[in-house]
Design a binder for this molecule. Structure first.
Ligand code: UN1
Length: 500
């Protein structure tokens, strides 16, 4: 399929994609595929007002009925999986298998949210007073703003939106200015679902803001936006958190990761090798969960690292839409420059670099194809503490597990982590209170590619938010504590006497 066909299969016709000032390019060959007209902040404020009006209606719709909306969304995504997956690949450059996987992740969270719509459970609590009952109940919270990044242009919206919608919250989406087309395609799907659902789905239940940072700032500034869930860089997250703090709005932040794998002496090295390659070069190293640091026991270092270097040399880098490609392009040439700069710093800090460097082809002169790199480092130097959004894997040696865990925890970010070991003492230690400090800690699995059933997010500079599964839905609702007196007395709590 050519670019125009992929866009058309998602309902994006050429007349809606021209004439604006926001240029959208495809990393596949660097060419421009659309010029969109960005929204103004005035339009953004009007959209927030519409979303708030939608909230006043949507909160009255019973939660299982709200779940029906998300069920229809999941059905429509199933039908559109091939076309939307191809558009994800076209717009952000990840290989088609991963583009399809991202749409599957949307479908999975829709299924999860449908079940959840009948399970927004509260509590009953024992009251200390006779003839009294206590409850904890959950209510819709308000408009939910969702800010997403280019590397996962659709799934993180859905982790938030599927939950927010069953929780009774309309959603306004500000996608990355690098990937607005996938968002428009999803919005088309949502509008079809809304028409099918019937009139109790109000206008403005889901909306998309096309443009730059000022639109994200419009969301964080507006008092009607009760929650802002943001995925992206640490500086972006700090700005969002600071703006929300000024008005005491709620934030859900999923920011940077600098994820490590510890390879212990008892590790199954075959499995470790496969896990390392997928998690370090998948999405061309541009996942927030990408493996960036390999902490290898000195006894297995020589058995693993030369093989890994050889495997890297043979990795098929190229057109992400073509069968057999495992590594697509970086998002743009700025990412390429950042990768080169990081590798130069690694060298200056004593590292030995294998791979790296742009792969130039005549047909793709404007695109950023790179050979993934491995940097063997003398220790965990300054550059290793830094998250570079590119396929660079830093490797360091360890002797003692406590040192390995200390290294793993020494970076500012706290998203994902893992250990490869078949020694249960080591693996349980890694998962214990003195082990990994990350939101995600895995055993014999790489740090990326999480399922939607668990809560997703991490600590420290990762921002502390949790999205997706487990009880992340509570982030989209307001909690209410109820005390009900069904007696004929008015006893006070704590036994206080107050006689009038
Ligand atoms: C991201 O890179 O922002 O666990 C999200 C994973 C995916 C999500 C990554 N399920 O790698």
């Amino acid at each position: 399929m050519n670019h125009v066909d992929i866009l058309a299969a998602c309902g994006l016709t050429q007349n809606g994609l021209t004439g604006g000032t926001l240029s959208v390019t495809t990393p596949v060959d660097g060419s421009e595929i659309a010029r969109l007209t960005p929204h103004s902040t005035t339009e953004a404020r009007a959209m927030i007002d519409t979303a708030h009006a939608a909230f006043l209606e949507w909160r009255k719709v019973p939660a299982p009925r709200r779940g029906e909306f998300v069920r229809l969304l999941g059905e429509e995504l199933r039908r559109q999986k091939a076309s939307l997956g191809a558009l994800v690949t076209l717009e952000c450059g990840k290989i088609l298998q991963e583009g399809l996987g991202e749409v599957q992740e949307m479908i999975d969270i829709c299924d999860f949210a449908v079940g959840l719509s009948r399970q927004l459970y509260g509590l009953t609590i024992a009251s200390e007073r006779p003839g009294h009952a206590m409850r904890e109940t959950w209510h819709p919270m308000g408009v939910c703003g969702v800010i997403t990044a280019f590397n996962f242009p659709v799934a993180p919206w859905c982790w938030n939106a599927a939950l927010a919608l069953v929780c009774g919250d309309p959603v306004i989406w500000k996608p990355s200015e690098k990937t607005p087309l996938t968002a428009l395609a999803v919005q088309n799907i949502c509008e079809r679902v809304r028409a099918e659902f019937g009139e109790d789905a109000p206008e403005g239940l889901t909306q998309v803001l096309v443009g730059e940072r000022d639109l994200g700032a419009a969301l964080t500034a507006h008092p009607s936006v009760a929650i802002v869930s943001a995925t992206g860089s640490v500086p972006m997250g700090r700005a969002v958190a600071a703006d929300l703090a000024k008005r005491l709005g709620r934030s859900i932040l999923e920011l940077g990761g600098n994820n490590a794998m510890i390879v212990a002496p008892s590790a199954d090295l075959e499995m470790a090798l496969r896990a390392i390659v997928f998690s370090a070069v998948g999405t061309a190293g541009q996942r927030c969960t990408s493996l960036r640091r390999l902490i290898v026991h000195e006894d297995v270092y020589d058995a693993l690292i030369p093989r890994l270097v050889k495997t890297y040399e043979g990795l098929p880098v190229g057109d992400p839409l073509a069968d057999g490609t495992l590594v697509g392009p970086l998002i743009d040439v700025q990412a390429l420059a950042a990768m080169d700069a990081a590798l130069n710093t690694a060298r200056s800090e004593g590292g030995t670099v294998h791979g790296g460097g742009q792969i130039l082809t005549d047909s793709h002169a404007a695109a950023a194809y790179v050979r993934p790199a491995i940097a063997e480092m003398p220790s965990q130097t300054a550059i290793v503490h830094h998250e570079t959004f590119a396929p660079i894997l830093y490797v360091v040696k360890y002797r003692d597990l406590d040192d390995a865990i200390a290294m793993q925890n020494a970076v500012p970010q706290g998203l994902s982590s893992c250990i490869f070991s078949t020694d249960v003492r080591e693996t349980e230690y890694f998962l214990s209170t003195v082990g990994s400090d990350c939101g995600i800690a895995n055993v014999n699995i790489g740090p990326s590619g999480a399922e939607i059933g668990g809560a997703f997010g991490g600590e420290k500079d990762t921002g502390g938010g949790r999205e997706s599964g487990s009880d992340a839905w509570k982030g989209y609702m307001r909690r209410q504590t109820n005390t009900i007196n069904y007696s004929r007395e008015l006893p006070l709590a704590q036994g206080i006497r107050f006689d009038i």
